[in-house]
Ligand binder design. Sequence first.
Ligand code: SF4
Length: 216
Amino acid sequence: MACQASKRNYQRELDKILEGLEGKEKRPSLLLHSCCAPCSSYVLEYLSRYFDITLFYYNPNIYPPSEYGERVAEQKRLIAEMKLARPVHFLEGSYDTEAFYRMAKGHEKDREGGERCFLCYELRLREAAKAAKEGGFDYFTTTLSISPLKNAAKLNEIGLALSEETGIPYLVSDFKKKNGYKRSVELSSEYGLYRQDYCGCVYSMEEAKARKSSGH
Ligand code: SF4
């Protein structure tokens, strides 16, 4: 199944969905899970033409708490300052770090991109799916596929499985396509966004430190 999923062209599938929304009188609502302001910048620019977006900030993986606070503040600032087709609402989930450490137990030594990350995607997407269902949203998705370090096939596989569970359509994506990642770097510079140099959790922070000290 993972092999089949990796062959799917999620960007083309998203294009088809968006084409179907062109010219519709009522815009569908989208709960967009975001990991940070830089990653959300391109996705907001791209999708706000089609959806009424509520940005959902649920990232209990982030360490330390001061980093979490900084990322939330940048996220709110971007939404307030960015020139978008429509205003974007903001919804913050709980900073339940215990939920993250429970999930990561036994996977502390996994390398970034391994099993711990797949569980981390699921933790965050599950909460997004739940919030989308509670809020009566038409779609839910996440910005995470914009990162070249994230596994887009796995993210879509998890999102689609949660969609089956909750009945809320998951908007498939591979936002790094169509120069999405490059555009997010440009927008980050335009808005002077704080760009962190590690994914978010304490393990990725340590990995980044080790990379730096070894000169890689
Ligand atoms: S490296 Fe990133 S995706 Fe992986 S567990 Fe840590 S925060 Fe989550």
